[in-house]
Write a protein that binds this ligand. Structure first.
Ligand code: SF4
Length: 434
């Protein structure tokens, strides 16, 4: 069995509360009553406390050691200080957090009261991600954000004064009303802020967002007609890469840029397929489980766990590989609060993990280490994918130097299409012929 991550776990906690709903947002987040916050944290605490039993019941490995924690949302900084303290007290009671664990909290500018900031510092939060999206006030407001450039700058100052210097700023290319000039302005201000990490996303309008519905059905409330053309959005993204790299923020993933030593360790674990426990609304976990060959074939984690506990291992069981369990909690808040929402559970076979290894690895500028893939998954799975990789290399979408495959600059612009090819090679093959 191969386990990744040196037996360390990452924990993601979803806090789905927002003070207002952004026009482009389709996440399972919303504006809920403050009274729901305490009930919600109570449920999250119960899930953290019950995680070991839950994992054992499925035969998965749940390392006690934790090296990254990420509170995302939503807007976790809306939690009252005592709720932040309760969450971390439970986490520290159930798991061993490394002394140098990276502990990130997402915050909305202007929505981080002094008492909450003090609670974050006391809890050990050492990285904050600010959802800025645009430093141009009119764009931010039109997208449903409540802050201004001045508020963001004041928050960055407060965070640094409080000792949190590992800071990320999110920007979105393609907001309604955005122009090349206003995009340059946002990039300029981001660079001047000297944050060590930036995330830049190209707007993808989902039809379930208010902006998406207005694009489909018409209307003027959310300025859908002012969303830039996709070619313009791609040019803005390319300009961001150029400007940020020149300013010392090196791209290390499709959407992420950092100064040396400031890559997000938590997000890297997703792309490197290291295990994580997701707790809260619509949160995903990926845990590994031993798989065994027995006379009747491959035995997955739950059955393996039962075999291991109910009878001594016989000679007919031999560990061959690891399976991965993906579990996603319900996105229905009331069901989650009532404890009635079932999690979706899926076992990923080695073949499915191999597909993920391609599309997750290609997200990073380091790319995919082909020898490591062969060692983990064998020729049978890797060889057909290499045919796809070679074809993409001929098309200028991948750069393959014989050891690693990486997306080219052009490939990054259509990364989702490229990932599809690795998911469905037979579909890719037929579309290539037409
Ligand atoms: S802050 Fe984030 S989660 Fe909340 S509405 Fe805006 S985009 Fe969605």
């Amino acid at each position: 069995m191969k386990l990744r991550g040196g037996n360390a776990l990452g924990i993601y906690i979803s806090i789905p509360f927002c003070r207002s709903k952004c026009t482009y947002c389709n996440f399972a987040s919303g504006v809920f009553l403050a009274s729901d916050h305490a009930r919600y944290v109570e449920r999250v605490i119960a899930d953290i406390a019950g995680a070991r039993t839950w994992s054992e019941g499925r035969g998965t490995e749940l390392p006690r050691r934790v090296d990254t924690v990420y509170l995302g949302g939503g807007t976790p900084s809306l939690l009252a200080p005592e709720l932040v303290a309760q969450l971390f007290a439970t986490m520290r009671a159930e798991f061993d957090l490394d002394v140098d664990a990276e502990i990130t909290m997402e915050c909305a500018p202007g929505q981080l009261p002094d008492a909450t900031l003090a609670a974050l510092v006391a809890a050990g939060v050492n990285r904050v991600s600010l959802g800025v999206q645009s430093f141009v006030d009119s764009e931010a407001h039109a997208s449903g954000r409540l802050h201004s450039r001045a508020i963001v700058e004041a928050d960055l100052k407060r965070l640094r004064t409080a000792g949190i210097t590992n800071l990320n700023v999110d920007l979105i290319a393609g907001l309604a009303g955005q122009t090349f000039a206003s995009w340059e302005e946002s990039l300029e201000i981001l660079i001047a802020s000297e944050v060590p990490h930036a995330s830049v996303y190209m707007l993808e309008v989902d039809e379930d967002s208010r902006l998406g519905r207005e694009m489909l059905k018409g209307g003027a409330r959310y300025r859908a007609r002012l969303v830039p053309h996709e070619d313009a959005i791609a040019s803005m993204y390319e300009r961001a890469i150029e400007r940020l790299e020149a300013a010392g923020l090196r791209q290390y993933e499709i959407s992420n840029f950092c100064r040396p030593g400031f890559a997000s360790r938590h997000n890297l674990r997703y792309w490197q397929r290291r295990p994580y426990l997701g707790v809260g609304l619509d949160a995903s976990s990926m845990l590994r489980a031993p798989a065994m060959h027995c006379e009747s074939g491959l035995v997955s984690g739950r059955d393996f766990s039962r075999a291991r506990t109910e009878s001594p291992l016989s000679e007919s069981f031999a560990p061959v590989d690891s399976l991965a369990l993906r579990a996603t909690t319900t996105d229905d808040l009331q069901a989650y609060l009532a404890g009635t929402g079932a999690s979706e559970i899926e076992w990923l076979t080695p073949a499915q993990q191999h597909e993920e290894a391609w599309f997750l690895g290609l997200r990073t500028n380091e790319g995919v280490d082909v020898a490591a893939l062969r060692a983990e998954f064998g020729e049978e799975l890797v060889d057909p994918a290499m045919e796809t990789a070679k074809r993409m290399t001929e098309d200028g979408l991948l750069d393959f130097d014989g050891a690693r495959a990486r997306l080219t600059a052009r490939g990054r612009l259509i990364s989702n299409e490229i990932f599809q090819e690795f998911l469905q090679p037979e579909v890719a093959e037929s579309s290539r012929r037409t």
